[in-house]
Design a binder for this molecule. Structure first.
Ligand code: FNR
Length: 354
């Protein structure tokens, strides 16, 4: 709106974007149980799934008196759920193409201090995003993109960070020009760069050698004050260390790694999905009343053979056939409680002790 004061408020956020491994924003997958599990296994910050401004606007904030979970409810459904335990680490990601709506949405989600940061999605290449001018649809409109970031900075309390997640543009020159313009808004605390262009598919290797375009430009513009976070093809703690070393960055954001096994954030071996990750996931799902359709979707996407050994060992590990049977049992169940009652888990998931 034209009545905005001309001076942009300064961020006082102390969030550490400079160091660590972060859970990437993922539609549906980035639900509250995924975020809590990722934190449990060592993620330093966790992004929620992209929420479109229109979906959030008009929602009502409700606190569950039993669990203290916070739900932004609309038409009887939770649009976004969070819990005070993740408050210092959770970033709300916004899908948006209009500064005034960004302002309203950020006001709404930060009104009760439920999130540590708000992030603008400038990378989603899917049609539903780009046709509305959102996601990667913002990349060719840098003036609009920067206006949205300014609106977010104005709407958020000073201690709440404002960030954006971008893709590379086709040329180095274009990427640098965009990064320069974003830095000059003074609105953002950090930038995440997904090292693929809008046209690239997820199976194509990330262009890790191009991260320096962003790192060097941000360094020149901010005197090294603003952190740059890497994203793209780091699947585990170990891979992230190598990528950060090569790319001269100190933070990395992981998506498909934790989608398959959220213990990828820890330094040692990955945890067994069938016997450790799924029971923990279900425990959070029951405790926080996660929507059962979402629970099923997330559990189905996990790599159930991960760290199981895939053959019967002295530790009683299941065979692949047996794992498949457990997975199918979970897929047939209708509620979170029924999923906890499949043979392998019956009596083992004690939500009372959460
Ligand atoms: C994504 N990605 C994504 N990005 C984003 O900014 N907002 C979002 O809501 C989503 N949703 C989403 C869902 C799923 C299931 C996947 C796999 C990915 C993109 C994601 O954050 C990341 O940029 C890419 O997946 C690249 O990182 P990885 O997978 O190579 O670690």
């Amino acid at each position: 709106p034209s009545n905005f004061p001309s001076e942009l408020p300064k961020s006082t956020s102390l969030l550490n974007y400079r160091h660590g491994l972060f859970l990437a924003p993922m539609v549906r997958i980035g639900a509250l149980p995924t975020r809590l599990l990722s934190l449990e296994y060592g993620a330093d910050l966790v992004w929620g799934p992209e929420i479109i401004d229109r979906a959030l606007m008009g929602s009502e904030r409700i606190v569950d008196p039993q669990t203290q979970a916070v739900h932004f409810m609309k038409d009887g459904k939770s649009v976004f759920s969070t819990h005070p335990v993740e408050r210092p680490y959770v970033i709300f990601q916004l899908g948006c193409a209009t500064p005034a709506w960004a302002y309203e949405a950020v006001k709404l989600v930060t009104q009760n201090d439920d999130v540590a940061g708000v992030d603008l999605n400038c990378g989603c290449p899917k049609n539903f995003s780009t046709t509305g001018g959102m996601g990667a649809g913002l990349l060719p409109r840098p003036d609009l993109l920067c206006d949205i970031l300014r609106a977010m900075r104005r709407a958020a309390p000073p201690h709440v960070a404002v960030t954006c997640k971008l893709r590379l543009l086709p040329t180095e020159e274009a990427t640098k020009a965009l990064i320069r313009q974003i830095c000059r808004t003074g609105a953002v605390d950090a930038i995440t760069i997904h090292c693929r262009t809008k046209e690239m598919r997820p199976r194509e290797p990330a262009l890790l050698n191009r991260i320096s375009e962003v790192v060097d430009t941000v360094c020149e513009e901010t005197g090294g004050k603003m952190p740059v976070c890497h994203n793209g093809d780091s699947w585990s703690w170990k891979e992230a260390q190598q990528i950060m070393k090569d790319g001269k960055v100190t933070s990395s954001m992981l998506a498909r790694g934790p989608e398959k096994n959220p213990s990828c954030f820890r330094e040692g071996d990955m945890a067994c999905v069938v016997d450790e990750i799924v029971p923990k996931w279900l425990k959070y799902a029951v405790m926080l009343d996660n929507q059962s359709g979402n629970t099923k979707y997330c559990l189905n996407t996990l790599d159930w053979n991960s760290s199981s050994g895939g053959r019967r060992g002295t530790d009683g590990a299941l065979t692949r056939q047996e794992i498949l049977k457990v997975k199918e049992g979970v897929a047939r169940a209708k509620t979170n409680e029924e999923m906890c009652a499949v043979d392998r888990y019956k009596g083992r998931i004690d939500v009372g002790r959460c």
